[in-house]
Design a protein around this ligand. Structure first.
Ligand code: GN1
Ligand code: MG
Length: 369
């Protein structure tokens, strides 16, 4: 990390209620949106780590609302775990470290928002799934998370990104990006554009089911990527889910769909060898068993009937977001190589096809659980 960053981070760190001396910090490369650092402190002679994170305000226009949601959600889960007599609570739910004046975030001289979390030790996350057991743990972790929040009282959580998973809106944004073709990239994505536009007939399925009152709004995570699940080093059990910026009102299907997207193919999100990208039934079975088992207390038959479909829908939705961002010049998702967003889009579309081919069998399996 460049020195000026380290100095800046030292200043930031002093604003939080951390009673140790910062030794060093490393940038964490995971995540396409926020800037994240792992910082090591000497606290009473013991090395203790914290996460410092700068919120991307281009994406999150109202960071105060984001932090209000996060505080309500983490406090609720924390209280629940304590009441259950759970051990290692700070490894089971994210813990926000307050600033010295008791706030959940601070602002630096440039108006940037920073927050700090307790670093969870002896866990790891993965960019792709290696075993059905991991898929099952992911399903269980997000099912438990939704279940823990099913009795959160008080006002509706803030919608921190409006219409986040609204596929019709995302589709319209793609159409705009195609007609603008700001970077003259449409020709290089002609096949992907053609594929995307052909899918229009089914993109509103969940929006319509919700509007007709068939599926309810709940509190959902909305970014249930496998790499947001922390698995214990020793047991392999899911300990905690991360990245709570988009916890807000949503459909459980959006969460399950993103789990299908990120746990059922053995590949990473930007895999370039498309022959490797495929929805694998044993992974899906494990995922569905983990999720349905944990969500059984609240999941309705109508919600269950869309579980397989949700994988196709969310994978498609993220695919068109990558495509639209590619066409617009990579302004939203951080990229690490030329055409990165196009590669990501291709991987998603290959997976959409693979899910579509197996959708019926996937739903049959869900129905049997
Ligand atoms: C972004 O924060 P990160 O990188 O996990 C994005 C998600 C996408 C994901 C695709 C706020 O998540 O919606 O599914 O990239 N988050 C936001 O990898 O847009
Ligand atoms: Mg995220």
């Amino acid at each position: 990390m460049p020195l000026y960053r380290e100095q800046h981070l030292q200043e930031i760190s002093r604003k939080f209620q951390i009673y140790g001396q910062i030794l060093h910090a490393e940038a964490c490369k995971i995540g396409h949106i926020n800037e994240t650092y792992t910082a090591t402190y000497n606290q009473g002679g013991v090395l203790v780590r914290y996460i410092h994170q700068k919120v991307n305000q281009t994406v999150f226009k109202d960071p105060v609302a984001v932090m209000e949601n996060i505080m309500r959600v983490t406090t609720h889960i924390w209280n629940k775990l304590i009441a259950q007599g759970a051990r290692e609570v700070t490894r089971r739910v994210l813990t926000v470290v307050p600033t010295r004046d008791g706030k959940s975030f601070c602002q630096d001289g440039d108006g940037e928002f920073w927050r700090t979390f307790v670093f969870i030790e002896k866990v790891q996350s993965f960019e792709s799934v290696h075993t059905p057991n991991q898929a099952q743990e992911a399903g269980k972790a997000f099912g438990v998370f939704q279940s823990q929040l099913s009795d959160l009282r008080g006002p509706r959580l803030h919608e921190t990104i409006l219409e986040f998973h609204n596929t019709r809106k995302r589709f319209a944004a793609l159409q705009d990006a195609i007609s603008e073709d700001r970077c003259n990239r449409a020709a290089s994505a002609a096949k992907e554009i053609e594929f995307a536009l052909k899918q229009e007939p089914w993109i509103g399925t969940l929006l319509d089911a919700h509007a007709a009152g068939r599926i309810p709004e709940r509190i959902t995570h909305n970014d249930t990527k496998f790499n947001n699940v922390m698995l214990d080093w020793e047991t392999g059990h899911a300990m905690c889910v991360l990245d709570l910026d988009t916890v807000m009102p949503g459909l459980v299907l959006y969460d399950f769909g993103d789990m299908i997207r990120t746990t059922t193919s053995p590949t990473v999100e930007d895999e370039e060898d498309l022959s490797k990208v495929a929805m694998q039934m044993p992974m899906f079975e494990a995922l569905a068993r983990g999720y349905v088992g944990a969500a059984a207390g609240f999941l309705t038959p109508a919600e269950k009937s869309y579980l397989a479909f949700s994988g196709k829908l969310i994978t498609f939705t993220i695919g068109i977001r990558f495509l639209a961002d590619y066409l617009a010049g990579d302004t939203y998702f951080r990229v690490h190589r030329p055409h990165h967003n196009l590669d990501r889009c291709r991987t998603q579309f290959k997976l959409v096809q693979s899910i579509a081919e197996q959708e019926e069998a996937m739903q049959k399996l869900v129905d049997s659980i």
